[in-house]
Write a protein that binds this ligand. Structure first.
Ligand SMILES: *[C@@H]1O[C@H](CO)[C@@H](O)[C@H](O)[C@H]1NC(C)=O
Ligand SMILES: *[C@@H]1O[C@H](CO)[C@@H](O)[C@H](O)[C@H]1NC(C)=O
Ligand SMILES: *[C@@H]1O[C@H](CO)[C@@H](O)[C@H](O)[C@H]1NC(C)=O
Length: 284
């Protein structure tokens, strides 16, 4: 299991001052004062291992939507400040025997958005897919995801708050209204002032203290640099271990428990629905 690492960087354009131990005034430098020598902090070895998973009974990982209402909603940076991707899931995953993949064509991928909460005057249409994790061994459970939707919003103004709803307006199954702020147009003196960079998050009680710390610092941008969560530390029946090969050395194939991804997507929605981030989804 990777090590949780989080770094809050504050690029202060206004000059904020600290008083040093010798009473000298130290300004917090901005990136424009750099380049700086990288500073690394040695790993506290007591942080390794012993992380306790958030169980599937935790309210933060449970499915709270009905029918084909969107869940696991996430906003990701696109290539330029004037566009973002909105992603979400509809329909529940299935795991076990004789699973039946959902047909992505049955649920539309629509985002309504605008600078006013009401009416949401713009509309973007996207695409959708499902993925399956099938094991050709007796006793191993197969997985099929809910329908995964992606839509790209374009023509956005920089540094601007947008409201949005995603889903299928005809079923009808639209999400609640969420909002995000676009990045500033990039320039030597124009960039997001608070960036959270986090990797190897996982989905344990330690993840929750990391994410709470991150939210408490109100980042403008969250960079999810990977790993994300660890479906690969489980058997298909949901039994997990800190080290797969140590605990499950007799399995015919390296199993995974894909619902951990859904739990992570649900748990992270308060962050991902709001902050532009570059989180890859569904990597293992
Ligand atoms: C899982 O899918 C594979 C490939 O289709 C199939 O051979 C296997 O029997 C399925 N397993 C279960 C438990 O349904
Ligand atoms: C991780 O969480 C456990 C409780 O599940 C706690 O005892 C431990 O101190 C936490 N570790 C760190 C590094 O915060
Ligand atoms: C999952 O499978 C393992 C290995 O066969 C077994 O030890 C464990 O009890 C099973 N867990 C559940 C929840 O069925």
């Amino acid at each position: 299991m990777g090590l949780v690492s989080v770094l809050m960087i504050s690029f202060c354009v206004l000059s904020i001052s600290l008083i040093g131990s010798d009473n000298t005034v130290l300004g917090i430098p901005t990136t424009l004062d750099g380049p700086f020598k990288p500073v690394t902090v040695p790993l506290d070895q007591t942080f390794r291992g012993h992380a306790v998973d958030l169980p599937d009974t935790d309210p933060r990982v449970r499915r709270i939507v009905q029918g084909f209402e969107p869940e696991q909603i996430s906003v990701s940076l696109s290539t330029t400040h004037d566009s973002v991707w909105v992603s979400w899931i509809t329909g529940d995953f299935q795991i076990g025997e004789s699973i039946k993949p959902l047909n992505p064509k049955t649920v539309a991928s629509v985002v309504r958005y605008g600078r006013l909460r009401f009416p949401l005057v713009h509309k973007a249409t996207g695409h959708s897919l499902v993925y399956n994790q099938l094991y050709p061994f007796v006793g191993l459970q197969n997985y099929t995801s809910g329908i995964i939707h992606h839509a790209r919003l374009t023509g956005l103004k920089p540094n601007t708050l947008y409201y949005y709803q995603c889903g299928d307006p005809l079923i009808p199954a639209m999400s609640s209204t969420y909002y995000f702020k676009t990045m500033p147009a990039s320039g030597p003196k124009s960039y997001p002032s608070r960036i959270a960079i986090v990797g190897d998050l996982g989905l344990t009680y330690n993840t929750t203290s990391t994410v709470d710390h991150m939210i408490g610092n109100s980042p403008d941008l969250v960079l999810l640099v990977g790993d994300v969560c660890y479906a690969n530390l489980y058997l298909t029946n949901g039994t997990g271990a800190d080290c797969y090969s140590c605990s499950f050395s007799q399995t015919p194939i390296h199993e995974t428990y894909q619902p951990r991804w859904d739990y992570w997507g649900r748990y992270m929605q308060p962050v991902t629905s709001k902050n532009s981030n570059n989180g890859g989804r569904r990597k293992s």
